[in-house]
Write a protein that binds this ligand. Structure first.
Ligand code: NAP
Length: 341
């Protein structure tokens, strides 16, 4: 596994993007084009590829892959106030789903959970069914339905202006795959043809059936030898020969793999890519993945090009870093682009 071209470090040049073209206070109306499940198999989750026509609004053609947009759900909250805006990552390339920037998309997961009290007054509702307001509103939408939108937002989580001078390691968990669907389409399916860069996507999901856009990524791997798709499944036994030891399984309660574990297990393949000055690492999804990836890179002496250590991180060994230490003390460099929650 190595870089596509020479090994010279190139500055990471990002485009100037428009943000907040449409303000939350005066949203525009888009129309649902389609809203179909994008899971690989029959899953306990509901995740949809939501496609929205924004033609005729200031959002049309005014976004870049990796940015997010706002959705304002109808109705009021428990205090009688209008619902606040929720942000969703674009899942389409910068030219949209239609090639003209008139149709955008995102990846929407129904939040179905149990209520966790945040205050003493809320204790009586503990363990009651909790339904995410906007995610369920979005997943219910049908073709032709209206949706109130604003944005775009985000200026850093994007591809470089000249993508061919870099190689890429994309790390995703769950719906954090959304921006990578857009970026990969842009890198591999543009009018000018595919970039020659080495591209690796590691996608983390609980079960194989929870993988998102799996068919698309498999097709892209089959057609583009420079694109490599890896899946880290956390709740299924690891493939034979890659099992963790009993202690690890007992400690984590998991038989499967997290994203950072897959990379670590195959470091003989990944280390050349990570050490190459051409490589950019993008992380999108759960914040826990970022902390684990940062610890793993530091353990193997591969972190210095991706984040600067300050505070406790300078003094302690990576295995002793707490999540809070990393949140406070790790400053991602230009070569590490992070969008986690
Ligand atoms: P999910 O289904 O809860 O989790 C996906 C996978 O990540 C599961 O296999 C889970 O394993 C695993 N995981 C949990 N902790 C991990 C860790 N520390 N390291 C690596 N893997 C870990 O995911 P989701 O419900 O789709 O949520 C994705 C998150 O991404 C949400 O918080 C969402 O807000 C965020 N997101 C961000 C953006 C953005 O643009 N920034 C876009 C979309 C989504 P187990 O459950 O088996 O432990």
């Amino acid at each position: 596994m190595k870089g596509a071209g020479d090994n010279t470090t190139r500055p990471v040049v990002l485009a100037d993007v428009q943000i907040k073209r449409v303000r939350t206070a005066s949203p525009v109306v888009g129309h649902i084009v389609s809203n179909e499940l994008c899971l690989y198999g029959k899953s306990a989750s509901f995740v949809k590829h939501t496609v929205i026509d924004v033609s005729g609004t200031p959002l049309a053609g005014a976004f870049r892959a990796g940015q997010s947009f706002g959705v304002i759900p109808p109705g009021v909250d428990e205090h009688g106030k209008p619902h606040k805006v929720r942000l969703y990552s674009l899942a389409c390339p910068s030219w949209g789903e239609d090639g003209k920037g008139n149709v955008i998309s995102t990846t929407t997961k129904r939040l179905i959970d149990e209520f966790i009290p945040q205050t003493v007054n809320e204790r009586s509702r503990a363990h009651h069914l909790f339904l995410g307001v906007c995610s369920n509103y979005m997943c219910d939408l049908l073709p032709g339905d209206e949706i109130r939108l604003c944005g775009p937002v985000g200026s850093r989580f994007q591809l470089p202006v000249d993508p061919s001078v870099h190689d890429y390691l994309f790390l995703a968990t769950g719906t954090g795959i959304a921006p990578f669907r857009g970026m990969l389409t842009e890198l591999l399916c543009g009018k000018a043809g595919a970039v020659p860069s080495q591209i690796h996507l590691v996608m983390g999901a609980a079960y194989t059936t929870d993988l998102l856009y799996h068919d698309l990524f498999q097709k892209l791997t089959a057609v583009h030898p420079n694109f490599n798709y890896h899946t880290a499944i956390s709740r299924e036994p690891r493939p034979q020969g890659q099992e963790g030891d009993e202690g690890e399984t007992r400690h984590t309660g998991r038989r499967g793999l997290y994203v950072h574990q897959l990379v670590e297990q195959r470091l003989d393949e990944f280390s050349a890519l990570i050490a190459s000055p051409r490589t950019l690492i993008y992380v999108c999804g759960l914040a826990g993945m970022q902390w684990d990836v940062f610890r793993m890179l530091a353990r193997h002496g591969l972190s210095q090009d991706y984040f600067i250590r300050t505070g406790a991180l300078e003094k302690l060994a990576p295995e002793d870093w707490t999540d809070a230490d990393i949140r406070r003390g790790a400053r991602p460099t230009d070569r590490c682009l992070v969008e986690v929650y």
